[in-house]
Design a protein around this ligand. Structure first.
Ligand code: PLP
Length: 396
């Protein structure tokens, strides 16, 4: 099998798994209990918090573990809104508020923004340019007296474009210190160096399963001194800010995956960039193929190192994915099945792809475990599939 869908999820690493296992077996104590069995769980959570903080240049007390990227995004938006309401209208009456986000966010942000819109919040969706970049000026220009939050993703999950979030944050705060800046860094955490963001943004979401950690674990970075309401209420875990018995094995795995990412980031980026450039070079031999998002060979500052997103004219991604699967290759498409029909992705539409172009969109996301041989094979299979589909055949 050739696995080229690492933005969807990754295989849990061996070192990560080995670090987790003791916390299912002998060290199963509740991290909040007082007896000695619990002490190793508590220490393990403490160590994991440090490892996650180190990867992004944060302080451990700024890291709050969650059940994943989706919860972190929900918490950031809902928490910011609740705090705004509490601070501006304790009885919750006659308060609406305004937030700014982008048209290309993950649904974890977009659906939450829609939910807030249902409560009366005015939401501005900033549009990207044709390469997928959000212009910081467009964000700043939309700030109003009632704006309480700006949420701009660090890197896009479909087209890999890396936004100028530092600049956005600096400019927003230069204008208004009380506007919270959140970034969904789920695709960037562990894939690229994002240490320049912490200390600038107020809130940052990350998820463990995108970097060879276990699924169902994530974090929300909350900059020291920033107060947002809790999203999950109950016990006093996570300094009273996120309730629920700690998922100790998950947190330990996330910590270990983060430590590995800190140790290997440079090599991993170099390997992925080489493989990505090779793949794009090979795929470019297919007639009528468009690369989605900004792309320059060797670059890893403006596009995630392992991301390849293309539109292949005259084919349907759904059929191509089935044929790729039959050939033992895992990839994903840029369209989602909404009402029985394939809906072109909101991201591809936002960067200006026509519906029929977006229908033929495929995303390949690499890891440093992929090999040149796999890339050459996959590109060859893709050329064959395109040829067959363009000639009305659905079998290799
Ligand atoms: N945000 C982005 C940009 C993502 O790519 C994803 C997952 O694909 C999420 C949020 C959700 O993360 P999780 O799967 O941990 O809930």
């Amino acid at each position: 099998m050739i696995y080229l869908d690492n933005a969807a999820t990754t295989q849990t690493g061996e070192r990560v798994l080995n670090a987790m296992i003791p916390f299912f077996r002998e060290s199963y104590g509740n991290a909040s209990a007082v007896y000695s069995l619990a002490r190793s769980s508590k220490k393990a959570v403490f160590d994991a918090r440090k490892k996650c903080a180190e990867l992004i240049g944060a302080y451990p007390n700024e890291i709050f573990f969650t059940s994943g990227g989706t919860e972190s995004d929900n918490w950031a938006l809902m928490g910011a809104y609740d705090s705004y309401v509490i601070n501006h209208s304790p009885d919750g009456k006659n308060i609406k508020g305004h937030m700014i986000t982008t048209a290309i966010e993950h649904h974890a942000v977009l659906r939450t923004a829609e939910h807030l819109a249902g409560r009366g919040v005015d939401v501005t969706y900033v549009k990207p340019d044709g390469d997928g970049f959000i212009d910081p000026e467009d964000v700043v220009r939309n700030i109003r007296p009632d704006t309480f939050l700006v949420s701009v993703m660090t890197a896009n999950n479909e087209i890999g474009t890396i936004q100028h979030v530092s600049e956005i944050s600096e400019r927003v705060h230069a204008l208004r210190k009380d506007v919270l800046v959140h970034t969904d860094a789920v695709q960037a955490y562990g894939q690229t160096d994002i240490r320049m963001l912490t200390g600038k943004v107020d809130l940052l979401s990350a998820s463990s399963h995108k970097l060879c950690g276990p699924k169902g674990t994530g974090l929300l970075y909350i900059r020291d001194g920033i107060k947002i309401s809790p999203f999950i209420r109950g016990g006093m875990q996570e300094s009273g800010r996120r309730a629920g018995t700690e998922n100790v094995p998950g947190i330990v795995g996330f910590g270990e995956a983060s430590a590995i990412a800190s140790e290997t980031m440079e090599d991993k980026i170099n390997t992925e960039v080489k493989l990505r450039d090779l793949f794009i070079e090979k795929l470019s031999a297919i007639p009528d193929i468009l690369i989605n998002g900004f792309y320059a060979p060797k670059d890893h500052m403006k596009r995630l190192p392992g991301n390849i997103s293309v539109c292949i004219k005259g084919i349907e991604a759904e059929s191509a994915l089935i044929m790729l699967d039959r050939a033992g290759i895992c990839a994903s498409g840029g369209s989602a099945c909404a009402t029985g029909a394939m809906e072109p992705s909101h991201v591809l539409k936002a960067i200006g792809r026509a519906d029929d172009e977006a229908k033929g969109s495929l995303r390949f996301t690499l890891s440093d475990r992929n090999t040149e041989e796999e890339i050459i094979t996959a590109a060859g299979v893709m050329a064959e599939i395109t040829d067959k589909l363009r000639n009305g055949k659905k079998h290799l």
